[in-house]
Write a protein of this length. Structure first.
Length: 226
């Protein structure tokens, strides 16, 4: 029997309880604990590790770990260039591999059926026109993005968009008849549903858009335009 995975919210909750308990014990001098490690650099590294385990978008995790590590050991900053180079090479190789696999398994599949958006220290916007939209991933780190899906149609079944927002945010615009489920974990941030219901349109059945991911010190929203 397969062991069920802990939900990201449960992991975050457990860690917050542990940290809170440690600080209380420090205030009352109950426990001799190396509190010198309770600095922002170590918190950034911890947050980065959480992103590596809780999100499919690993970029945010590596960014947080790098910021914390390079501030603790400034002599290591040239490694940032190495990491950027590896990311460029790996990202291109993975993109080409996915493209080849996609062509072999489904020649008629269009790249517009998925959204892939990465905004780091900047912003951008995309308009997706697809008759068979299947999801994708959106990463916003110290930046923002706007994704317009108004002219798209959902594919049958469940379609996932993985959202990672760190000191940034994203805005999605979807048709008013889409069935959208939001399962985004906000940590010192938020993700709001600002859709307006159109009474003249019936929600599509058998087609669902599931928004998953983590928002840390950032925000996001989903809305509709009539």
């Amino acid at each position: 029997m397969e062991t069920p995975k802990l939900h990201g919210r449960v992991i975050i909750g457990i860690l917050m309880i542990i940290l809170g308990a440690l600080f209380v014990m420090r205030n009352y001098e109950i426990l001799d604990f190396p509190y010198e490690y309770f600095t922002w650099e170590y918190f950034f590294i911890l947050i980065g590790v959480l992103f590596l385990f809780l999100s499919r978008n690993k970029a945010a995790g590596f960014v947080f770990i790098a910021i914390g590590l390079f501030n603790l050991v400034p002599e290591l900053w040239p490694l940032l260039l190495v990491l950027i180079g590896l990311y460029i090479i790996y990202g291109r190789t993975r993109h080409n591999k996915q493209k080849d696999e996609s062509a072999e398994t489904e020649q008629s599949k269009s790249s517009t059926d998925y959204v892939e958006s990465v905004s780091i220290f900047g912003g951008g916007s995309k308009i997706i026109n697809s008759d068979n939209f299947k999801g994708g991933s959106i990463v916003s780190i110290f930046g923002g993005s706007e994704i317009n899906l108004t002219n798209s149609k959902l594919a049958e079944g469940e379609n996932n968009i993985e959202i990672t927002a760190v000191f940034g945010g994203t805005t999605l615009t979807v048709p008013s008849d889409w069935n959208v489920v939001i399962d985004v974990l906000p940590i010192f941030g938020g993700f709001s549903d600002k859709r307006m219901k159109d009474p003249n349109k019936k929600i599509q059945e058998g087609r669902t858009l599931l928004l998953k991911g983590v928002v840390l010190f950032g925000g996001g929203e989903i809305k509709t335009i009539f």
